[in-house]
Design a protein around this ligand. Structure first.
Ligand SMILES: N=c1c2ncn([C@@H]3O[C@H](COP(=O)(O)OP(=O)(O)OP(=O)(O)O)[C@@H](O)[C@H]3O)c2ncn1[C@@H]1O[C@H](COP(=O)(O)O)[C@@H](O)[C@H]1O
Length: 129
């Protein structure tokens, strides 16, 4: 579904905001009734472990190239990143703002502004992208 054909209230930002509200409401919740409350009770390392697992599953899905699996695994990855953001008291809107700030800024230009040469790196720098 393209952004323009999505029903009102289903914009990407609205979906992320609503989910963030639900995640925030799970703080201190019953780990027996809520997956998110369970993750929060386990703490930062457990959340990061899930992100690592979901990232790996996303990579494997993308290697296989089956669209439905790629979407499903990416949703799992994004969801666990949102749990991590909430754990650290960061709203997803801040990430969207950061992406918006970067709009139109070439990754190569940004890299150059950090003082890193663009183009081919010296042999010793290869693979450090
Ligand atoms: N979007 C999600 C969502 N996506 C994935 N998951 C869960 O994330 C887990 C992914 O783990 P795996 O696939 O690795 O499966 P698993 O082996 O069961 O997981 P582990 O035992 O290893 O943790 C599964 O339990 C999924 O159900 C989610 N759980 C919750 N949400 C959203 O969060 C809201 C709050 O959820 P609760 O806190 O559970 O009410 C829900 O209403 C949803 O909107």
């Amino acid at each position: 579904m393209s952004e323009s054909s999505r029903p009102a209230g289903q914009s990407a930002e609205a979906v992320l905001s609503r989910l963030a509200e639900v995640l925030a409401s799970r703080r201190g919740g019953d780990p027996g009734r809520s997956y998110v409350a369970r993750l929060f009770s386990k703490g930062n390392d457990a959340i990061l472990k899930k992100i690592g697992e979901e990232a790996t599953e996303t990579v494997m899905a993308a290697k296989d190239g089956v669209a439905e699996r790629i979407v499903s695994e990416t949703a799992d990855l994004w969801f666990h990143c949102l749990v991590m953001l909430e754990f650290h008291g960061i709203r997803p809107e801040r990430v969207l703002e950061e992406l918006a700030r970067r709009e139109g800024l070439s990754g190569l230009e940004e890299k150059a502004s950090r003082g890193v040469a663009t183009g081919r790196e010296p042999a010793s720098e290869e693979g450090k992208e």
